[in-house]
Design a protein around this ligand. Sequence first.
Ligand SMILES: *[C@@H]1O[C@H](CO)[C@@H](O)[C@H](O)[C@H]1NC(C)=O
Ligand SMILES: *[C@@H]1O[C@H](CO)[C@@H](O)[C@H](O)[C@H]1NC(C)=O
Length: 338
Amino acid sequence: MLQEIKQNNLNLTVSSQEMGMKRRLLLVLTIVIVIIWFTSLRNRGTIGLSESVSSELEIAALKQNLAKLSSECRSWKPSRLDPHLPVIYAITPTYARPVQKAELTRLLHTLMLVPNLHWIIIEDAEVPSSLVANLLKNSGITYTHLTATTPKEWKLKEKESNWKKPRGVQQRNTALQWIRNNLKADDQGVIYFADDDNSYSLEVFDEMRDTQVVSVWPVGLAGGLMVEMPVLDPKTGHVKGWNSAWRPERPFPLDMAGFAINLSHFLKHTEAKFSFNVENGYQESEILRHLATRDQLEPKADNCTKVYVWHTRTEAPKLQAEKQLNKKGLKSHGGIEV
Ligand SMILES: *[C@@H]1O[C@H](CO)[C@@H](O)[C@H](O)[C@H]1NC(C)=O
Ligand SMILES: *[C@@H]1O[C@H](CO)[C@@H](O)[C@H](O)[C@H]1NC(C)=O
């Protein structure tokens, strides 16, 4: 009996011993599971971290791509112009001088903002310069790059006042000839003479776009006045005169920047062009006398009450120090295009 009990006790002891081992095993297992769970949590954390680092890098790369694409978009316009909107043919004569690139960059960056514009730029040079060619090539603007040299007898001599001889005649006529050779009477367009030193508000291009014959508007800082402009008849709304102070007897006493011409109207009047053989200040009158009577002029810019273009002039820069360098065979700009 005792034996039996002992036996039982032993059994009991054994079973309680087994129980203890099982419990320990369970504990160990639990600890292991907890450790595994923790490690996996930590690992998940590190995966999360590396994921967020890599997605940040990805976002940065995408942002860079976006910036590149949007800059490409800005400088990219379809070379095919919109056929539903009249094209503005902006004619700009230009010539090499220290401020040339600055002036052309300023004008180009205005013209890039004008929809459906074709820039005709004519250099007073034997061959196209790389300065102008590069500027145009990288702009994405629709353009035609021409050259035309001023005949020797009409070239300004150094120190000769720039009003002594007509300027830009050969270049503007070359552009007009290009238009006659390349465009048709049913093309929808407007011709505008946009010199490279003026300042333009975008509104002036909106105003001229529906010109039927010849449109006119005020020009700021022209002809010795704050504004030189057409004077309208309040009853008819037509141009009845001008406020010009300088040579007011001219048939059309206005600035080159103050009018635009309907393309098909221009193409019908083959004699319309500029001339070397007219007095100083008569270039505008010379071309317009073939194209319109004063009564036909279309006043723009809210009946000529707004100024959207200014006849600004850039002061010639003082380059004495550069000349000193040049005497020594040196240049401040070496291979840099300025
Ligand atoms: C130019 O004139 C023609 C003929 O009158 C007209 O059909 C055309 O629409 C005009 N162009 C613009 C830009 O208004
Ligand atoms: C311009 O003047 C004409 C005639 O005087 C008038 O009918 C028209 O409404 C005016 N336009 C603007 C934009 O002021």
